[in-house]
Design a binder for this molecule. Structure first.
Ligand code: B12
Ligand code: SF4
Ligand code: SF4
Length: 377
């Protein structure tokens, strides 16, 4: 069988196992991406979650000897949830971004790529293959762009005409000479809605993100959220979808056919106060299958405190006080101190003063001092 026929068979097979889009790219270096990554690093705009070795990220041959082509895959995820529970006074809820709905996408895409690998090896036993999803060296978006999956949009996402930007991406490096797909034209045009609505000004210009300002990044850090961003996080407890939900190209885009990603409303829009109660074990049992759990419970619980302040949830004041006095984690005590300053109350002020007498952590002390000054103004 020639490569062209095999490629057609592979595309059919991919669709038969639930891969929504498949494209092919040459495995030549990515010089524009390399420049881009260097600039991002120099400006301090990188997130630190990406592979640090820029050579490896942009020269596929370094990852797979004699690499000739890259297969890019996209799997669509839902943008709407059925029966979303209401967030009410006394029962406030946070929200996990769509990329964390249902089962962890790494597991789902890796399984699909493993199936594709097996199919290729049956037909071409000496092929060399290397698959990756998100945590690999390659830029999944740069590969998808080259493989014609979608265009690289001003909100940084790869947007597909069929599913909007609500697609996960993964790829497989191969030693096979597949025919490359044609990249798509950019369809953003003059629109700049995403840049205008980004709550923190993280989108510097079309296609350029300062990850350090991006809420999706901030919700995943393990330290105190810098003061300037706390009020902007809202009730987001993991990730941020704003620059996607406002995008006109996502209007009406919702796919429910990937059942693995059907969200459990109680999990993706959880009650905030019970969320703070989880131990490592119960958190893992409840949320461990979701991609948003990858950093453990601590960032999520910190974000839950910030979300309670967003709702001005005074019922949470006793909880903030007990965290301030008893939680062994400085980030939780510091965030609780800030929360008490924001929701000014007599009992909060007394608790802050009392805690200041014993608190030894410098960051928490300064949060308490700031919170107390707030009360005086
Ligand atoms: C680090 C990372 C983050 C960081 C930084 C994001 C960023 N924009 O760089 C943080 C934590 C903020 C993040 C957030 C999110 N992420 Co993320 N993230 C990654 C990761 C691991 C690396 C991305 C990276 O290298 N960025 C560096 C930039 C410079 O490169 P790039 O975006 O990969 O490539 C583009 C640019 O280089 C650009 N470019 C190249 N040259 C030039 C030159 C010029 C002049 C310009 C303007 C642009 C440009 O074109 C490339 C192709 O689009 C990838 C997985 C992977 N291994 O690739 C997932 C990935 C990009 N994330 C993904 C998702 C879903 C998200 C979120 C939507 C999750 C959420 N809801 O919270 C948000 C979206 C935030 C946003 N607006 O980008 C998906 C994107 C799917 C898609 N349809 O595009 C990926 C591909 C994971 C996956 N396998 O599905 N993420
Ligand atoms: S994910 Fe949120 S914070 Fe990040 S660029 Fe998009 S709108 Fe801005
Ligand atoms: S909001 Fe407009 S500019 Fe931003 S990604 Fe969508 S179409 Fe492009």
């Amino acid at each position: 069988m020639n490569v062209r026929d095999f490629q057609t068979q592979l595309i059919h097979y991919a669709h038969s196992i639930g891969i929504d889009k498949i494209g092919f790219a040459r495995a030549t270096p990515f010089p524009d991406l390399k420049q881009r990554l260097l600039v991002q690093q120099q400006l301090g705009f990188a997130s630190g979650f990406e592979e640090p070795d820029i050579e490896k990220r942009t020269e596929p041959e370094l990852l797979l000897e004699h690499a000739q082509s890259i297969i890019s895959i996209a799997i669509a995820y839902p943008s709407k949830m059925k029966d979303a529970p209401q967030s009410k006074r006394g029962a406030r809820r946070g929200i996990f971004a769509r990329a964390s709905w249902g089962m962890d996408y790494h597991t789902v895409l890796r399984e699909k790529l493993a199936q594709l690998e097996a199919f290729i090896l049956i037909h071409v036993p000496d092929a060399k293959l290397k698959s990756m999803v998100d945590t690999g060296e390659l830029s999944d978006r740069a590969v998808a762009e080259r493989a014609g999956i979608g265009w690289s949009a001003k909100n940084c996402s790869i947007i597909t005409p069929e599913f909007g930007s609500y697609v996960y991406l993964g790829e497989m490096l191969t030693t096979l000479p597949f025919e490359p797909s044609v990249p798509m034209e950019d369809e953003c045009g003059d629109c700049r809605l995403c840049l205008d609505v980004c709550p923190t000004g993280a989108l510097i210009e079309g296609g350029q993100l300062n990850a350090q300002r991006c809420i999706a990044f901030l919700t995943q850090t393990k330290t105190m959220i810098p003061q300037e961003f706390r009020a902007k996080i809202g009730n987001r407890i993991y990730g941020c979808d704003t620059c996607q939900t406002v995008c006109p190209k996502n209007k009406g885009k919702h796919t429910a056919h990937q059942q693995a990603f059907t969200p459990d409303p109680e999990l993706v829009k959880p009650l905030l106060l019970p969320l703070v109660e989880h131990t490592n074990r119960t958190f893992k049992e409840t949320y461990g299958h979701m991609s948003g759990a990858w950093r453990g419970k601590n960032p999520i619980q910190r974000n839950a405190l910030i979300a309670l302040v967003h709702f001005k949830e005074r019922e949470a004041i006793p909880k903030f006080i007990s965290i301030l006095h008893e939680d062994p984690r400085p980030v939780m005590r510091g965030t609780a101190a800030w929360a008490l300053g924001e929701l000014e109350s007599d009992e909060g002020t007394s608790a802050l003063k009392l805690r200041l007498e014993n608190e030894e952590d410098a960051t928490v002390r300064s949060e308490i001092q700031l919170a107390l000054t707030k009360g005086e103004n």
